[in-house]
Ligand binder design. Structure first.
Ligand code: AMP
Ligand code: GLY
Length: 417
């Protein structure tokens, strides 16, 4: 099977890496990709938001499966265009991707399906905003209704700041603050059958100790030794299956990757948000642990035959990924700096540790930074302690002027806290 992956971040590098190791995949293409993905897939230029262009490229390449990585093309209807061209596509329709594209839509689906989430109000006027802020009190949680690449959510004790964010956004969801550790749980679905993956935890803040601004994610690990072993079953029953059923009953079945961002609160598990695609950087650690070859699972989801898929099989190993970000990320990331040390990791640390590229580009024979999150250094080990050691050993080999990374990814979990 020939596979085309759309996107160009470390998530897509992880997807391409897994697909490139799958004997069912005869040719692998990625559009637009990045400097690291070029080592495992053939790159093609494309405007990823243009469904017609993506469908045309897939047809030209003879792709038997298109996998859409990021949310923006999904919300723009790229999966619809690919399917309309008769090519199986892993990723939801624009209508179903509203689960990520509109927080208000997601709340409505959850209410209809009885899925536990924070109590919330959808607000458009200053009066509604004031009433909602006062109803919940501090800490205030204000979310831009639409896609905002992780920048639409403000959680603050400062009422004036919460109010200002709400008024700047226009339509917002204001909700109850959820206290407790966060878990990302992904499920592959064809709109009927739901196959959960293994849970992971993401580190959203820029700095050690969860300080600093929110980012797209600074690292992740899996498994979660502290989590209740029944967590996956519980989330399947309370969240994933009811959500998939609700969207099917509405006539907009969700097929692709359903990402539940969860808070494990004292009063039970609650959904913080849904995403309509693989998470980044959690995918890097989840796929590092997946033993089942990926292509047939994604194809069965795309074709509506996921019930034919045997249960997923997992490596009995832990995985940790550490994001190396540019200088001044997330505010004004500097790009164009040369990256050194990639060959050393490949020679000395593989296969236990490897570098997945996010914002990188080729400049002659050099690899240079080309985005905020630059690399996702990923390692496996017999437990989180070993996986961490290997990941940070590889991180230390990378040289990128002004780069930053967190030093505490998976640290508490590795210590049994
Ligand atoms: P989201 O884009 O909805 O995932 O929100 C980004 C981050 O804001 C989440 O990962 C949480 O850390 C935080 N957050 C979102 N909603 C809440 C909530 N209701 N209570 C506490 N923190 C939240
Ligand atoms: N890791 C957070 C996200 O992918 O949205």
């Amino acid at each position: 099977m020939k596979v085309l992956v759309i996107g160009g971040g470390a998530r897509e590098h992880a997807l391409c890496r897994s697909l490139s190791l799958d004997p069912d995949v005869s040719a692998l293409y990625c559009a637009p990709g990045n400097a690291g993905i070029a080592e495992v897939a053939e790159l093609r230029p494309v405007d990823a938001l243009n469904g017609t262009a993506v469908a045309r490229l897939a047809a030209e390449l003879g792709a038997g499966l298109v996998v859409v990585g990021p949310e923006a093309p999904l919300v723009a209807g790229v999966a619809d265009s690919v399917r309309a061209a008769g090519i199986p596509c892993f990723g939801p329709s624009a209508a179903a991707a509203q689960l990520e594209g509109s927080k208000a839509f997601a709340k409505d689906v959850m209410a209809a399906a009885g899925v536990p989430t924070a109590r919330s109000y959808v607000c458009t006027t200053p009066e509604e905003v004031d009433a909602a802020l006062d109803a919940f009190g501090a800490p205030y949680v204000v979310k831009d209704d639409g896609l905002a690449a992780g920048k639409g959510v403000v959680v603050t004790e400062d009422r004036a700041a919460a109010r200002a964010h709400a008024l700047a956004c226009g339509r917002v969801v204001i909700e109850e603050y959820l206290d407790g550790p966060e878990v990302s749980l992904f499920a592959i679905t064809d709109g009927v059958t739901v196959l959960p993956l293994q849970p992971a935890q993401d580190f959203k803040r820029a700095l050690d100790g969860d300080a600093g601004p929110n980012t797209g994610g600074m690292g992740a690990y899996s498994p979660l030794p502290w989590a209740d072993p029944k967590l996956v079953d519980e989330v399947m029953e309370l969240v994933l299956q009811p959500t998939v059923d609700e969207l099917r009953h509405r006539g907009t079945p969700f097929s692709g990757l359903l990402y539940a961002g969860l808070a494990i609160t004292g009063r039970g598990t609650r959904v913080i948000e849904f995403n309509a695609r693989f998470g980044d950087p959690e995918t890097q650690v989840v796929l590092a642990r997946l033993r089942t070859p990926l292509a047939s699972v994604l194809l069965n989801a795309a074709k509506g035959t996921l019930d034919a898929e045997p249960p997923l099989s997992w490596r009995d190993e832990a995985a940790v990924t550490v994001v190396i970000a540019s200088r001044d990320y997330p505010e004004t990331p500097r790009t164009g700096d040369p990256i050194e040390g990639l060959a050393e990791v490949a020679e000395q640390d593989a296969p236990d540790a490897y570098v997945l590229h996010a914002g990188t580009a080729r400049d002659g024979d050099r690899v240079v930074s080309a985005g905020g999150r630059v690399l996702s250094v990923t390692a496996t080990g017999s437990d989180l302690v070993q996986a961490r050691e290997r990941a940070y050993k590889a991180v230390a080999r990378i040289r990128l002027d002004g780069a930053q990374h967190r030093t505490d990814i998976a640290a508490k979990a590795a210590e049994g806290r």
